[in-house]
Structure formats: structure tokens, C-alpha cells
Design a protein around this ligand. Structure first.
Ligand SMILES: [Zn+2]
Length: 487
């Protein structure tokens, strides 16, 4: 959790008006667009700060300069050279890249860690710019809008939905920009090949990156890169991109296409890899946030999910959940009152309180729910703590069905009353893992090299994928490889 960045109003504000037909910049065909170019630009401008706040921007001047440079160069040779393209690296370990209307392109530090040369990056860059130039995101946006409105309506009117709300808003944000149809993905692959070829990169490398994505999703089962998940046949995609790359290269007659493996690897030396514990972690049933310097206990065996916007702690059967996030308001009491209004809560009891010396406000409430016919239904019962600590106001909600509430009450209370300042230096001074680039000192297999660099055997496969290699691949003296180190 960093801070709560997504607001309902912003999602609801994406209601677009009908604008008739316009010409698609890539195909030249007329099509029905729900958004004008001006609206597209306005939308990007509106979403960009939200996305930056929700994920956090990864600060790395060298890498940022590189993506700006390549991105602007590619924008100029694209089908929409007039757009003012913006490029950012999001502080997320998830492997992903996505585009937003108006020319906003985002890469996660997770995907930057998994590229093994500049040409792979250029292929994905071209793919994302392709979504913008062919106006896929614009069309996608309009489809997603209705789902989003439904979601917000669910928060206001629905009972069950409340528990999932902030989490769903987060997921909704990802889906909003990433779910393209297969035809759109194929067209973007084609544009990715064209654009990366035209700025001098070997587009065959882009095909190679699909196999990295394929191996990642096969291994993790979850965290499937959405870049891949919308495409049911990664192998076809791999083959097709390879063929298109060859035919483009024949067409130009050039032979010296760039890959730039070593340059790329040197550039990502030191990149944060995986979850960053400085943004919150769980150790021995306690959640620690070194950056914001607080801690609280979590119920044994409950599942903890930490996102930039929120910490979600769920009972294993999903019958109860604790949500933790930053609140807004001038005082704990004011924040409580605002929420009562916003979520239409029926207050059962409320009072001022001290939590480990911090000013707090405690409330038990029921949410009034309505089903689709507008009939009132029983919503969840909620124990809420609003706690002032430093300049921040923290909010915790414990939710369950009314009949289960007494059963979970003491667990909720234990977590919330356990909120405290974090002062233990050993819990504060945690270090993330980072990519470290090593030179292989002798001819050997990747597996041998990883062993020589003291990597844990349980991580050989993960590191092989990270390097875009097999464990059995033979390396020659002087080859650069990625390992990971805490520092
Ligand atoms: Zn795509």
C-alpha cells in the first residue's frame, strides 16, 4: 500500500458522448467512434495522474531517458506522429505494458526486468503505440465504461459488492485498458513489427519475448500478463510475428538490425525485482510498512494482498475480510461521517477512542443493500476504525454477513487495536531484491553459472526465464547474465 489513489468520481466521469464517424488513422476506414481526438487527449490527461498514483512511478533517470528517447522516435514514424506521446515506468513487479487514449504508454518495472535486449523492448513499445494509433484503447474505453458504471452502482446500492469494492476498482483499472480483442492484438503485433523495424530494431526478438511471457504464465498460474492472456494462441502469435519480421526485413533490404543485448542489460543493472518490501510486507502474522512506519497484526491463516491502494486481508473461506487503506478527512470523526453518507451506512454504534495513544474513531454499521429490482436487502455489517497517525488518516474495515459478525468481531478488533507505530529498525531497514548483471567467467551452462553466483537452486527456473534462456543453455566466457541480489 502506498496511498489510496482511485476515486469513484473518476471512474464515473468516463461517460462519453456520441460523436459520429471518424477515419481510423491506421486502416483509413471510416468507423463509429465514441470519442473525438480532443476527448481522447482529455481522457489520457485525466487518467494519467490516477494511474501514476495508483501504481507509483518507478524513478530511474537512465531508464526513463531511454524509454522517452525510443518512444518519441517511434511516435514520429507512427500513423499518428502528431500526438504528444508520454512514457512511464510503473513501480510494479507485475509483468505488463499498457496504453491509454491520447498516447500514454506504461511499462512496469516487472516487464523491464524481463526484457533481455533493446529489440524486445522496442517490439512491445511498438505494440502499445499500435493500440493508440489504431485507436483500440479508444474503442475499448467505451466498452469498459458501462461495466465501470455498473460497478459503481454496485457500491452505492449493493451489499456484497462493498467488500470487494476497492479491490475491484483496482482490477477494473487494469481491465479497463488491457482487455483488447484478438483482432486488435493481432493488428498491434503487426504494427509493433513495423514500427520497431522502422526505427532499426530486429523485430524477430519480439517473437522471442512471447515465449518468455508464455513461460511466466505457465509457471505462476496467476499474475498472468494481460499482454498475453487475451491471446489464446501464443504459439501462433510467436510464429506470425517471426514471419512478419522476416518479410519486413526483406522489404527494406537492410541487414544490420539492432538487438543491443549488452547495452540493455547494463542499463537495468540495479533495477528493483519482485515485490518491494519497503512498500509493506507480512512477517509472522504482522503487517509492516517501513515507509509509512506502522504495523498491525493479521489473523492467522488469513490471506493478505498488498496493493498500492489497499491492503486486503481475507478469511480463507471468504466469509469475512479486513480492508486497510488511507482515508480522507480533517479528523477520524469527519472521515467516518463522510463514509456514512457516501456508502449509505446505518450506524449502530460509534465513539471516540485511543488506539495505542493515537486518536481514533470506532463505528459499527450496516450497509443498506438493494437488489436489482430495487428491493432492500440485508448488507454486510462493518466494524470500522479511523485512526490518525502523523499526517495520515488510516481506515480499517472488518466486514462479514450480519449473522457471522459476532464470530469475527474479536479478530477484527485485535487487528485494528493492534495498529501501532513501527520503530524496530530491523523491520524498517528492509532491502528489496535487485537485478545484478554478472559476467560469466568461463564456458558453462546457465545452471552452472547461477550456482557459481550462489543463487538458490529453487530459483534456477525463475532466473532462467528472467534471462530468456533454458537452464541447459551453454554460455561462453564473457557472456552477461542477470542474477538477483538484496541490496
Ligand atoms: Zn496489446
Amino acid at each position: 500500500m502506498k496511498y489510496f489513489g482511485i476515486k469513484i468520481a473518476l471512474i464515473a466521469a468516463v461517460i462519453m458522448t456520441f460523436n459520429g464517424c471518424s477515419r481510423n488513422p491506421v486502416t483509413g476506414k471510416k468507423e463509429v467512434m465514441l470519442m473525438s481526438k480532443a476527448q481522447e487527449l482529455a481522457l489520457g490527461k485525466q487518467y494519467d495522474p490516477q494511474i501514476s498514483a495508483a501504481y507509483g512511478v518507478y524513478k530511474d533517470a537512465k531508464l526513463q531517458a531511454f524509454i522517452n528517447d525510443k518512444g518519441k522516435q517511434m511516435g514520429r514514424i507512427s500513423h499518428r506522429p502528431d500526438l504528444n506521446y508520454q512514457f512511464k515506468i510503473m513501480d510494479s513487479p507485475v509483468v505488463n505494458a499498457f496504453a491509454v487514449p491520447g498516447g500514454y504508454i506504461y511499462f512496469t518495472r516487472g516487464i523491464m526486468a524481463h526484457f533481455n535486449n533493446e529489440a524486445e523492448f522496442a517490439g512491445v513499445l511498438g505494440h502499445e503505440i499500435g493500440h493508440v494509433t489504431a485507436r483500440h484503447s479508444a474503442q475499448q474505453q467505451t466498452k469498459a465504461t458501462f461495466a465501470q458504471i455498473g460497478l459503481v452502482a454496485g457500491l452505492v446500492a449493493g451489499g456484497e459488492k462493498f467488500a470487494q469494492f476497492a479491490g475491484t476498482a483496482q482490477q477494473g483499472l487494469q481491465m479497463l485498458f488491457l482487455k483488447f480483442g484478438r483482432d486488435d492484438e493481432s493488428q498491434s503485433d503487426k504494427l509493433g513489427v513495423e514500427y520497431s523495424t522502422r526505427i532499426g530494431y530486429d523485430a524477430k526478438e519480439m517473437a522471442g519475448f512471447f515465449s518468455t511471457l508464455d513461460r511466466l504464465s505457465a509457471k505462476s498460474g496467476h499474475d498472468i500478463p494481460t499482454f498475453l492472456s487475451t491471446h489464446p494462441h501464443p504459439h501462433d502469435r510467436f510464429t506470425k510475428v517471426g514471419e512478419m519480421a522476416s518479410s519486413w526485413q526483406q522489404k527494406t533490404g537492410k541487414t544490420d538490425y539492432k538487438i543491443n543485448r549488452n547495452q540493455y542489460l547494463r542499463m537495468i543493472d540495479g533495477l528493483v525485482y519482485g515485490e518491494d518490501p519497503r512498500q509493506g510486507y507480512v512477517d509472522n502474522n504482522v503487517f509492516y510498512h517501513p515507509g509509512l512506519k506502522f504495523q498491525f497484526p493479521t489473523p492467522t491463516n488469513w490471506k493478505v494482498a498488498n496493493s498500492p491502494a489497499q491492503v486486503q486481508i481475507a478469511e480463507p473461506n471468504g466469509k469475512a475480510a479486513i480492508l486497510f487503506q488511507l482515508g480522507q478527512g480533517t479528523s477520524p470523526r469527519a472521515a467516518a461521517q463522510e463514509l456514512v453518507q457516501q456508502a449509505q451506512l446505518k450506524v449502530i454504534e460509534q465513539s471516540d477512542k485511543k488506539v495505542n495513544g493515537l486518536n481514533a474513531y470506532v463505528m459499527v454499521s450496516d450497509q443498506v443493500a438493494q437488489d436489482q429490482q430495487g428491493q432492500q436487502q440485508q448488507g454486510p455489517r462493518i466494524l470500522s476504525y479511523f485512526i490518525q497517525y502523523g499526517n495520515n488518516l488510516y481506515v480499517m474495515h472488518g466486514l462479514s454477513a450480519q449473522q457471522d459478525f459476532d464470530r469475527y468481531f474479536s479478530l477484527f478488533q485485535n487487528t485494528m487495536e493492534g495498529f501501532n507505530k513501527l520503530t524496530d529498525p530491523s523491520k524498517i531497514n528492509v532491502k528489496p531484491e535487485r537485478i545484478s548483471i554478472k559476467t560469466v567467467p568461463k564456458n558453462c551452462t546457465l545452471k552452472q553459472a547461477l550456482a557459481d553466483f550462489k543463487m538458490a537452486p529453487t530459483r534456477y527456473e525463475e532466473l532462467a526465464i528472467l534471462n530468456g534462456m533454458k537452464q541447459t543453455d551453454r554460455l561462453t566466457t564473457g557472456t552477461l547474465i542477470k542474477v538477483v541480489e538484496k541490496k
